[in-house]
Design a protein around this ligand. Sequence first.
Ligand code: PLP
Length: 312
Amino acid sequence: MNEVKPFRDDVTDRNMSGGCGFQDGVYKPIADVSVNVLDWGFNKSDVTYDVVHVKDGAFFRLQHHLDRFWASMAGLRMSIPYSQEEVAEILTECVRRARLRDAYVAMVTTRGVPKPGMPRKPGLIENRFIGYAIPWVDVIKPDVQERGAHLIIAKTPRIPSASVDPTIKNYHWGDLIRAQFEADDAGADTAVLLDLDGYLTEGPGFNVFAVIDGTVVTPDRGALEGVTRQSVLDLCADMGIPTEIRPITADEFREADEIFTATTAGGVMPCSRVDGRIKGNDRPGPISAKLKDVYWQRHAEGWDTTPIDYGD
Ligand code: PLP
């Protein structure tokens, strides 16, 4: 077990404007947070993480993210010496110290560094926790969201779920990054990936949706069970929009009336083209645009938010 004092106050004077991290019991500027090259989190992608956002001084759906982070750690047989309440307090303190009203807030657990001579068994290694808050991140830039993102369906297939479970949030991003390069080479904004059977999964950092005959449809496979995806499904239920979680083929996706993506780092992000094919009038479709508006409106109304006390 780490001997840590989560609330040590020895770095308050240092510049936290780029973000604040918490590691080994100490809060420090984000640039000073580092991972040992011998940590399996670095050299074997043996790591899990979660990201929650802070908008206008409040966390959104913090408990959902903590629950998923705990489930991810259990799935990888990891544990940390903190309770959910303590992690929530650590993340709050990172946001407070960085004085961020809008933030990307991460919790990360790495497998850790094997002790010299230790048998090569992951279960013996002490796991390491890092928390941090940095200024807001948009996976798809706001101006691109405004015009509707241009997607491609990547040739690179998603890593099979039987090999890397996509419901455990992970850094096995080799396929997602290859797909992003495909999009860059094609002059598109980003990509979605199919599984080996040709069904839609997700993209580099987001879940994906199609609107087909008035129904909002999202894949049932190969993807993280995104908190924003759940928020979209909840909003659709409130708004009387039918939803389906089911397999989606590439052709169905290309033919869909509307498409959009969703993630914590950006929210509901409408798209206007797939593989060069123009959707509607080459702008965000009406259901996607409405869901985006309502998503942010519900934030402003305090839906599932945890306000941060900045002490000012
Ligand atoms: N899919 C992947 C691969 C992601 O990395 C993410 C978020 O980072 C998502 C989906 C969206 O999940 P959430 O809405 O919980 O942020």
